[in-house]
Design a protein around this ligand. Structure first.
Ligand code: SF4
Ligand code: SF4
Length: 463
């Protein structure tokens, strides 16, 4: 036994949270966490919320707006479709602003509500707690039964239960990977891929199997260590949280001194630890490993009910709220972050709305200089690339604005399908009289239905 900072005599294990992750023993080996199945109001709310998140994850690739995907991360086609709007590689600034706004939103949310995202909306937690863990509860039972099964001898029942569980885990991992894949390919391309023989897409098939194997390994073995040891977001809590952040907290003023016959409300039943998926003791204060899943709130409320005490010994509150009895989620930090978020998001909306409907790039063909022709003209060869960002097919016309010259485009008429890219080559002829220097600027206009929609300047080289 040792004394803790409050002078209580506690066993060595209770103080070890300061020295090492709770799921490691003295030798550094992993201690398997057998979390008790949560039950209560918060768990019900979390379950319902997770259904919506899962539905969103599964349904999004199938949602179309005017025949176009709602979200498609088409890496092979170098375009992202987000909420029906298409973003090409040329829209990096807009995507960067969107990403920055999202990061700022996460920071603001974390400063205010701690690691709520982790317990409620993070795919890792949703899949572990609401999919894989539920399969485990169904086949192997709650924590005590699971522990007895794992520690017990190999029996027919054990082999059957373990085989069934792992088979289901593998199937779910495969389904997860393929749903994930749909976000990148869309349902039509995915159907095309899976209806082809494996040999036609061997590398893609192997990647799909590897990703599924990774998911299976994470959810069957690695589990909560993603949140406690790998995820960088968890490690940012120390700088993001302050005494006004509302997180899952233990009311030490009310709970201490703890013990079955002590004055405090905490009877030291350790049920809040038993139910915790990361096995921490929330009574030690806010810790990196706490994902704000609220399982301990539900569990402690049940204990309070059975001991005829008020619920809320563990609740959503801030350190200031517990210490001083009042709290406010607004403070200087989250006000400042809100202003930055507002500026970033406004800038994102402005750049999104003001971006041109097409994006043109015209460059002289690399490696070619100029050509002197018998009719006294000088010609340069150019590569042209036009991205149509609209949802309509655009008939385009291409004119030279700065000089009196002739454009000869390879191929026939210029018509670009919606959300597609047009690539071609053309030759520009200028009469010798118009050449004012060996490298001069020429300006092109891109017209649609006789209306100029974009201009572009390129260089023209001559003798
Ligand atoms: S569940 Fe509640 S009463 Fe039991 S140990 Fe945890 S905080 Fe104390
Ligand atoms: S301490 Fe409570 S809220 Fe935090 S992870 Fe454990 S059970 Fe969830």
């Amino acid at each position: 036994m040792q004394r803790d900072p409050r002078g209580r005599l506690v066993n060595k294990e209770e103080l070890s949270f300061r020295d090492r992750p709770i799921n490691l023993d003295d030798s550094g080996s992993r201690k398997w966490v057998y979390a008790k199945k949560p039950k209560g109001k918060w768990y019900r709310r979390r379950t319902i919320f997770s259904w919506f998140v899962l539905l969103f994850f599964i349904a999004v690739p199938f949602i179309k707006i005017n025949g176009n995907p709602f979200i498609l991360l088409d890496i092979a086609g170098r375009k992202f479709i987000l909420f029906g709007a298409i973003f090409w590689a040329q829209d990096t600034l807009i995507l960067a602003l969107l990403m920055l706004s999202f990061i700022m939103f996460i920071i603001l949310f974390t400063v205010t509500f701690g690691r709520l995202w982790c317990g409620w909306a993070c795919p890792q937690t949703i899949f572990l707690e609401m999919v894989f863990r539920k399969v485990e509860y169904l086949i192997e039972g709650d924590y005590r039964k699971r522990q007895a099964l794992d520690k017990g001898p190999i029996t027919g029942e054990k082999v059957l239960k373990k085989s069934l569980k792992h088979l289901l885990f593998m199937l779910i991992s495969l389904a997860m990977t393929n749903t994930f894949l749909l976000w990148f390919t869309g349902p039509e391309k995915w159907l095309e891929l899976i209806s082809q023989p494996i040999s036609a897409n061997l590398s893609g098939f192997l990647i799909m199997l590897l990703v599924s194997a990774f998911f299976y390994w994470v959810y069957s073995w690695f589990r909560e260590q993603i949140c406690t040891m790998v995820c960088p977001y968890g490690r940012m809590q120390g700088v993001l949280l302050d005494s006004k952040s509302v997180v899952v907290s233990y009311d030490y003023k009310r709970g201490e001194p703890r013990g079955p016959k002590s004055e405090g409300d905490c009877i030291d039943c350790r049920q809040c630890i038993a139910v915790c998926p990361t096995a921490i003791d929330i009574r030690n204060g806010t810790q990196l490993e706490c994902i704000n899943c609220t399982a301990c709130i539900d569990q402690c409320n049940q204990v309070m009910l059975s001991t005829k005490k008020d619920p809320g010994l563990i609740r959503f509150d801030s350190e200031m709220g517990i210490r001083e009895g009042h709290t406010s989620i607004w403070n200087a930090r989250n006000r400042a972050y809100s202003v930055v978020l507002l500026i970033l998001f406004s800038f994102f909306i402005y750049t999104l709305l003001s971006r041109p409907v097409i994006e043109t790039t015209i460059l002289r063909t690399p490696g070619l200089l100029y050509q002197e022709n018998p009719d006294q003209s000088i010609s340069n060869v150019y590569n042209i690339k036009i991205v149509n960002k609209t949802h309509e097919t655009l008939p385009l016309e291409f004119r030279l604005l700065s000089h009196d010259g002739e454009i000869r485009m390879a191929g026939g008429k210029m018509e670009i399908n919606d959300q597609s890219m047009f690539e071609s080559t053309f030759i520009l002829y200028l009469h010798r009289d118009q050449i004012t220097s060996d490298r001069m600027e020429v300006e092109f206009g891109i017209y649609s239905n006789n209306e100029i929609i974009e201009t572009y300047k390129a260089s023209f080289v001559g003798p």
